[in-house]
Design a protein around this ligand. Structure first.
Ligand code: NDP
Length: 316
């Protein structure tokens, strides 16, 4: 069987896949769409990631496609409605990255409160010796923290923050079986917490959920963390609030137009920014890769998959 590979794969993944599949890597192609228009009629499998997804022009050039395996848990870059309409299965990599992404969120949270980037620069540049210490930071311990999206990763964040003595509140589409306080309304949640951590999926339903009103509700001491998708936060409203001192800090791993980050956010002293590295460790990427490969293998051998996206569960 042939696999069209959209996103780069690790050596381990290509070795394992190579035993059962012929791989066609789009990064080796001058014009991947042209290649697909010529060869797409023999491609039953696609391997991609949550960032690159599968453009609809590619999907249209794949008449016998059976499975899109996404090496990532977020799959908003894949048109699942179009896939379901065609009976194409979509799989992703839930669970195996929960702890890593939660640790990334906690790192951003701690770095904001403790002014960590500036403190490190003070030591590294020698300014400690010439200018002395910086003003005192704020404590990250014992805060009330709101979680927008108490799903798999949101729960892992909540558990980690409990170790810092934090009180957790949350919102989601539905109330969870958890001891944390549930808020139906996001503005109401933002008003009642010191920091808000966003970890909802992207897509139209969550676009700009964190708008000027939510940011205003967090207030001038408030901390906003986003490890979900950049589209969830209105970056223009966020930059304005930081510039006018209407928000305390922002810690962001994801951005609206990656890899571009607005200059206002890049240059602001009260932002902590990372380049979408929520799950980016050798261990976690290996576990994700293995799951993405397992879904392909299982489907080829017996038409089953391990981790379908919820929209595709009925296809099983
Ligand atoms: P889950 O599906 O387990 O959790 C998602 C949560 O978001 C659920 O609580 C869900 O509520 C809530 N939610 C979804 N849609 C809405 C909505 N419209 N309004 C309010 N709440 C909503 O996903 P994961 O925890 O596994 O992953 C979450 C996201 O994190 C991924 O989709 C991805 O975008 C992002 N991510 C980012 C990474 C990074 O590198 N920065 C790495 C991995 C993931 P309910 O349960 O009630 O439906």
């Amino acid at each position: 069987s042939d696999v069209f590979v959209v996103a780069p794969v690790t050596e381990d993944m290509s070795t394992t896949l190579g035993t059962e599949f012929t791989l066609h890597q789009s990064c080796d192609m001058a014009d991947p769409l042209r290649w697909l228009q010529r060869n797409g009629d023999r491609i039953r499998y696609v391997l991609t990631d949550g960032h690159l997804g599968l453009p609809n022009t590619y999907l249209a050039a794949l008449p016998v496609l059976e499975l899109i395996s996404c090496n990532g848990v977020g799959y908003d870059a894949i048109d699942t409605d179009a896939a379901v309409r065609r009976g194409v299965m979509v799989t992703h990599t839930p669970h195996v990255l929960n702890e890593e992404v939660a640790s990334t969120a906690v790192l951003l949270y701690l770095s904001c409160y403790r002014n960590w980037e500036a403190q490190m620069a003070q030591a590294r540049t020698g300014r400690w010796e010439t200018d002395g210490g910086l003003p005192l930071a704020r404590s990250a311990d014992g805060r009330t923290v709101g979680i927008l999206g108490l799903g798999r990763i949101g729960m892992a964040i909540a558990r980690k923050l409990e170790a810092f003595g934090c009180t957790i509140r949350y919102t989601a589409r539905s109330r969870k079986d958890a001891s944390y306080a549930f808020h139906v309304d996001l503005v109401d949640l933002a008003k009642s917490v010191d920091a808000l951590i966003c970890v909802v999926p992207g897509g139209t339903a969550t676009r700009h959920m964190v708008n000027a009103e939510v940011i205003a509700a967090l207030g001038p001491e408030g901390v906003l963390i986003n490890v979900g998708r950049g589209s969830v936060v209105d970056e223009t409203a966020l930059a304005a609030a930081l510039q006018e001192d209407r928000l305390g800090w922002a810690g962001l791993d994801v951005f609206e137009d990656e890899p571009r980050i607005p200059r206002a956010l890049r240059t602001h002293p009260r932002t902590i920014l990372t380049p979408h590295i929520g799950s980016a460790t050798l261990e976690t990427r290996a576990a994700m890769g293995q799951l993405a490969v397992e879904n392909l293998m299982l489907h080829k051998r017996c038409g089953q998959v391990k981790t379908p996206v919820p929209e595709c569960s009925p296809l099983l």
